[in-house]
Design a protein around this ligand. Structure first.
Ligand code: ATP
Ligand code: MG
Length: 222
């Protein structure tokens, strides 16, 4: 499903160039959940940006479902991402003037589904995350945990081939974070969603099928 080979990424800072990812290799099977740990600044979010095509590697290859994404143009990436990849961030990034159900519908509408179809699926998914009765709330009328559940529903409505999650419970109190992540694992297991989960929480990472620590620009299997 995913093959990453010899991935390298450095950032130029005035005269200097800092190597963040030095030689990353990774193989992920369909439906597998991969936990990624690593110190702050080790390059976890950078790695997810490369996987989602929001940034480009210096060298190396990323294959997702057989497609060498490092060869895609920006336009091709936009289409490929819409069809295949969803992202959940620590900040929920909901669209402020859209209700919960409209936020969840959005990715399907972008893919050209009818409003009726998108609405039906969005309501069903909001039910799955326990928010049917919050469908018409705006983001500023939702709690943090509720917002993140909407973001998870929005991420999964397209049944993506790959789900990227960057500290999805990082903004939530421990108890709410735990509940949201229980739901996250329930739904991704039910949908058999291939998932890369970046977290600082070792206990959370250990719920994944395999755990890597990003250190010195490389993955170390734990
Ligand atoms: N656009 C950029 N220009 C220069 N340096 C950058 C850029 N983006 C990231 N970096 C640097 O790359 C390093 C890795 O950043 P990254 O955000 O990937 O870390 P992280 O592992 O996600 O950390 P955290 O756990 O704090 O979120 C950091 O030292 C950061 O300063
Ligand atoms: Mg980060």
């Amino acid at each position: 499903m995913i093959q990453v080979e010899n991935l390298k990424k450095s950032f130029k800072q005035s005269e200097n160039s800092i190597d963040i990812l030095k030689n990353l290799n990774l193989e992920v099977k369909k439906g597998q959940k991969v936990g990624i740990l690593g110190q702050s600044g080790s390059g976890k979010s950078t790695f997810l940006s490369l996987m989602s095509g929001l940034d480009t590697p210096d060298t190396g290859e990323i294959r997702i479902n057989g497609v060498n994404t490092t060869k895609l143009s920006e336009k091709e990436w936009t289409q490929f991402r819409a069809k295949n990849i969803s992202i959940v961030f620590q900040q929920y990034h909901l669209v402020g003037h859209l209700t919960a159900v409209e936020n969840v519908m959005l990715p399907l509408e972008i893919l050209g589904h009818s409003s009726k179809d998108a609405h039906e699926k969005a309501i069903a998914l909001l039910g799955e995350v326990g928010l049917k009765d919050r469908s018409h709330h705006l983001p500023n009328q939702l709690s943090g945990g509720e917002s993140q559940r909407v973001a998870i529903a929005r991420a999964l409505i397209t049944t993506p081939n790959l789900l990227l999650a960057d500290e999805p419970s990082g903004n939530l109190d421990q108890e709410t974070g735990m509940k949201v992540m229980n739901l996250f694992f329930d739904i991704t297991s039910k949908f058999n969603t291939t998932t890369l989960l970046v977290t600082h929480n070792e206990q959370l990472a250990s719920r994944c099928d395999v755990v890597y620590k990003l250190s010195q620009g490389r993955f170390e299997k734990l």
